[in-house]
Write a protein that binds this ligand. Structure first.
Ligand code: COA
Length: 381
């Protein structure tokens, strides 16, 4: 086989490869910094709402109060689904994973969107708001359909995070839950060129439509090395169930070379700046629901993994106990991540359309060359 001497080989996992430009978010993995459009994630987490954050990601600047109020109302007004999509939720078998249902439902939404095939900036702006609104409704409706509960309409007095909780559970969130849900969604809203965002950009780069790009992104997020980790974190915490057994449980997993879900990151070499906020909400919410032991187990796992491997928790770790304490079932955790990350996916899709070049890398061929052809009659097994 002839070898191209200039071929330095693939960069495994594209680690460190700069494959796009973005102003949406900046991750400094060495110093543990995260910026959205130049603003520090700690300021955003402590002082902003999810709708303000989405406006910032999409428009590149902070909204005024009037702009934010109008934006939030416009999105909440788009939270209803076409009846055919609700029917599709009813038709899915009860064992199918909510992420698989969401992937199909977002694809199906594209068939009913009047702007589906139009990728002009005006149509994309309308679709952006619609998709941001409809995805939480798909999740809430699926949950209620599967429990035989009546579906609920959004409350115009709530924003998207509170409406999501209300439409999922049927009870309005407490002040603490509202704030925690806002924080969870804005912390998950964007994270530069993660695997699902890259997927969305690749699809957009073919000039395919926004529903296609989001459908692909949801598929990428579903995997346990990406957004699918949060469900597995909760399953592990519930499986441990007793803080006294954490150290032995973690040691056993590491001895058998199992990965601890919710730990490790491709970019961060120090604590993920989002952890501090999620840890705080985990503690507050677990205490307020008499589930302090679950937060205690989580903190003990954090210590055990740090002591044994020097690895930090990632955003999926404490987002698990935060969601659990708000009554969201673990199999829905990754769908909540998808609902929140829709903001970032859309920001990147719009950036890709605005300065597009087909994303089409190349690969190193590892097969044979120039083999003599064998007619069917001469082939042996
Ligand atoms: N548990 C145990 N060991 C881990 C680990 C984890 N969660 N994450 C990384 N490591 C170890 C690897 O075993 C490897 O050790 P080695 O060099 O001794 O073999 C080293 O850390 C580097 O891991 P690698 O898989 O090369 O890092 P990556 O950048 O490719 O992977 C993740 C990043 C996120 C995929 C990885 O950390 C992981 O699988 N985490 C668990 C899943 C998860 O929480 N995903 C959500 C990400 S936000």
């Amino acid at each position: 086989m002839s070898v191209d001497v200039n071929d330095k080989g693939p960069v495994r996992g594209l680690e460190g490869v700069v494959a796009a430009e973005t102003s949406a978010s900046y991750v400094d993995g060495i110093h543990g910094r995260l910026l959205y459009q130049g603003f520090d994630i700690h300021d955003i987490a402590e002082q902003m709402s999810y709708s303000e954050t989405v406006f910032l990601l999409w428009r590149g600047r902070l909204p005024t109060r009037a702009e934010n109020d109008a934006f939030r109302s416009e999105i909440v007004a788009e939270m209803r689904l076409p009846s055919q999509v609700v029917e599709m939720l009813r038709l899915t078998p009860p064992h199918s994973h909510p992420m698989s249902v969401l992937r199909g439902a977002v694809s199906m939404l594209g068939n009913f969107d009047p702007d589906a095939e139009d990728i002009s900036p005006e149509a994309n702006w309308r679709k952006s708001k619609r998709l941001l609104a409809q995805i939480p409704t798909i999740i809430a409706d699926l949950h209620r359909v599967r429990r035989g509960l009546p579906l609920l309409s959004p409350d115009p007095n709530f924003g998207i995070p509170a409406n999501f909780l209300y439409m999922l559970r049927g009870t309005p969130p407490s002040d603490l839950e509202s704030r925690a849900m806002e924080a969870l969604m804005l912390l998950l809203a964007d994270h530069e060129l993660n695997a699902s965002t890259f997927t969305a950009r690749v699809i957009a780069s073919t000039l395919s439509d926004m529903h296609s790009a989001l459908t692909g992104a949801i598929g990428a997020l579903k995997g346990p090395l990406h957004g699918g980790a949060n469900q597995r974190v909760m399953e592990m915490i519930l499986d441990i169930n007793d803080v006294a057994t954490v150290d032995a449980y973690i040691a056993g997993m590491l001895e058998t070379k199992k990965r601890i879900m919710g730990f490790g990151h491709r970019v961060y070499r120090t604590e993920d700046p989002r952890t501090r906020h999620l840890r705080k909400y985990s503690e507050l919410l677990c205490a307020s629901t008499n589930q302090q032991h679950l937060h205690d187990i989580a903190e003990r796992i954090e210590k055990a993994v740090m002591d044994a491997k020097g690895i930090y928790p990632n955003v999926d770790f404490y987002s698990a106990t935060v969601q659990h304490a708000m009554g969201i079932p673990p199999e829905y955790f990754t769908t909540v991540f998808a609902a929140a990350r829709t903001a970032g996916w859309i920001a990147h899709i719009i950036e890709q359309y605005a300065d597009n070049r087909l994303i089409r890398p190349t690969s190193r061929y590892t097969g044979e060359m120039g083999l003599p052809f064998i007619p069917m009659s001469d082939r042996v097994a």
